[in-house]
Design a protein around this ligand. Structure first.
Ligand code: 13P
Length: 243
């Protein structure tokens, strides 16, 4: 089975026209495309094989929440995955508690959450990565009271390795595997045992994709910048099929 590739376009591209060209270039069964909200429907209409992902969700199902989008609304337009807890959303105000509500809201609507966890550069430098991630995981799963048949995804995404961060450094497959193993062990001790899938994100591109995806602990990649370039994403998809 190929590895899973999540193409997180973030606030890109600027026009629908560009979005559709990119969607066609990324169209493969192992891919989930996470475009900006306004492009979800049109992307769904042009892809034949890729799944649809949302970059965020609000946790209330409906009501007077101007600007918010709910998991049930996303489900009704065919979204299969929702990214929750991305560091760029945490920076804009999402606390661990908010992330927990979003995770629960996605699961309640039958959408697979992609929970992002990762340490900051300071935590990384200070050797505090495990502690930081433990807290994110602990709170994120704290609201779940029953098992779900869906398999949530945990994306280990160290903030210091995101390509758009100042002085970003790509992580090494060795560290990514170590951290994913750490997360797996931690998750095997949580109160509500569940099946989970583990992926890596942070400067994954056409050149280094193989070094991450060949690792059996890394079941896929969450790709930002490189997913905006047709040739890069095509090569990453080819790599995903080799493993
Ligand atoms: P880059 O692939 O650009 O480092 O972005 C990673 C990311 O934030 C994906 O969610």
């Amino acid at each position: 089975m190929p590895k899973l590739i999540i193409a997180n376009w973030k606030e890109n591209p600027v026009t629908l026209k560009e979005a559709l060209v990119l969607a066609e270039a990324s169209d493969a069964p192992c891919v989930a495309i996470a475009p900006p909200f306004p492009f979800l429907g049109a992307v769904r209409a042009v892809v034949k094989e890729a799944n649809l992902a949302a970059q965020d969700v609000f946790y209330e199902e409906k009501g007077a929440f101007t600007g918010a989008v709910s998991a049930s609304q996303l489900a009704s337009v065919g979204v299969t995955y929702i990214i929750v807890g991305h560091s760029e959303r945490r920076r804009l105000g999402d606390t661990d508690e908010i992330v927990a509500k979003k995770l629960r809201a996605a699961l309640a609507q039958g959408i697979i959450p992609i929970l992002c966890v990762g340490e900051s550069r300071e935590e990384h430098k200070a050797g505090k990565a495990e502690g930081a991630i433990r807290k994110q995981l602990d709170v994120a799963f704290s609201l779940l009271t029953k098992p779900y048949t869906l398999i949530p995804i945990i994306a280990y995404e160290p903030v210091w390795a995101i390509s758009t961060e100042p002085n970003a450094e790509a992580d090494t497959p060795k560290n990514a595997v170590y951290m994913i193993q750490y997360i797996k062990t931690f998750m095997s001790h949580v109160a509500l045992p569940m099946l989970l899938k583990y992926i890596y994100g942070g400067s994954v591109n056409a050149k280094n994709a193989e070094s991450f995806l060949k690792e059996k602990e890394i079941e896929g990649a969450l790709v930002g910048g490189a997913s905006l370039k047709q040739e890069e994403i095509k090569k990453i998809i080819e790599t995903a099929y080799r493993y």
